[in-house]
Design a protein around this ligand. Structure first.
Ligand SMILES: [Fe+2]
Length: 344
């Protein structure tokens, strides 16, 4: 880490063993089979602090989300990226102020916080708009590493009965990004999986989805009319461009039970090859706007592009609650938190 960078007090494991309760407001004791004590993990993704660009109360919304999340007494909060908004093209000072706001909201004790990097948590890649030269200590993913990543962009985290692999799923592409792992990171992930105890279940945390069908509804288009070779296609930033090697690695390991992602702002689950790919909605829902409004706007944009695609609603503001059992089984629900939309 650069010596001039400010140091952060990252939140460490503070939950004392035995103090967490298994009883949440909706995942009640009655729904839980009598078996080993589960780890309670809350997945919060796509917070999108964006008060700078709309007046819909994003900071208050994020505070409301954490207030509700903590009532479930989680052992772990896994943040799936996109705490911030448009970081690749905004001035550094603005991004630093927003990052400090988020750090001020995250719980300080009683829960372990693990953060993955989202495409909106990377500073300056669009040099023309951000004013970055590329030589700044906080350029690119150093920004995420400094504020949220505990010095790393990907890592393995021992959760006791489970292992979590935290991935950096955003890679540069022109002035923007594409989904996937760089080769160095993929080799690391393979090594982690190959050397792991196969009886220990694995949960993967990435921002950009590895396998997800909601992205098809939201991002896919068709190729030119009458071009049979180019049917439904997805932009490079929508999902992992290396999804095949990822799915193969998970399958060969045999105990990658959950692959968690965000990015698409949809509440969706796809079970395939022994892995449940869960796209965990978004804390901001549809960017703090009623989801039907966003769907109508997106559909109108398609009309302006000359397509007849109907864009369907994404998620309402919420987060995922997991009970993870030592045998690899789990319970999951997408929980909405109390929030009144502010009309902008
Ligand atoms: Fe997002």
């Amino acid at each position: 880490m650069h010596p001039d960078l400010p140091r952060r007090d990252f939140i460490k494991l503070a939950a004392a063993a035995g103090t967490s309760t298994l009883i949440g407001q909706n995942l009640s004791a009655q729904t839980m089979p009598a078996r080993s004590k589960p780890l309670r993990l809350i997945h919060m993704t796509d917070h999108h602090l964006m008060d700078f660009m709309n007046a819909r109360g994003s900071q208050k919304g994020i505070e409301a989300a954490y207030a509700h999340a903590m009532t479930f007494k989680p052992d772990v909060i896994a943040n799936g990226g996109d705490f911030l908004t448009h970081s690749i093209e905004r001035p550094l000072a603005d991004m630093q102020a927003d990052a400090e706001t988020i750090l001020g909201i995250l719980p300080k004790s009683g829960v372990r916080i693990i953060n993955a990097c989202g495409n909106h948590d990377i500073w300056g890649w669009n040099k023309r708009k951000s004013g970055a030269t590329g030589n700044e200590p906080l350029y690119g993913k150093n920004f995420f590493k400094e504020y949220f990543g505990e010095g790393t962009r990907y890592r393995s985290v021992d959760l006791g009965a489970w292992t979590m692999l935290v991935l950096d799923s955003t890679q540069p592409w022109n002035d923007g990004y594409q989904g996937g792992l760089d080769d160095e990171q993929f080799e690391w992930m393979q090594g982690e999986l190959n050397s792991s105890d196969r009886s220990k279940p694995v949960i993967v945390l990435s921002h950009i989805p590895i396998l997800n069908s909601g992205i098809i509804l939201q991002d896919a288009r068709t190729g030119p009319e009458h071009d049979h070779d180019r049917g439904v296609t997805l932009p490079k930033g929508s999902c992992h461009q290396d999804l095949w090697r990822m799915a193969d690695a998970f399958y060969r390991h045999g105990n990658v039970k959950i692959a968690l992602s965000g990015h698409v702002h949809v509440d969706e689950r796809t079970d395939i090859l022994g892995t449940s790919h869960i796209s965990g909605g978004a804390v901001c829902g549809s960017w703090w706007t009623p989801r039907e409004q966003i769907a109508v706007r997106a559909t109108l944009r398609e009309r302006q592009r000359g397509t007849d695609i109907i864009r369907t609603p994404r998620a309402d503001p919420g987060f995922g609650i997991f009970n993870l059992y030592p045998d690899g089984s789990f319970e999951y629900k997408y929980e909405l938190f109390p929030w009144e939309f502010i009309q902008g």
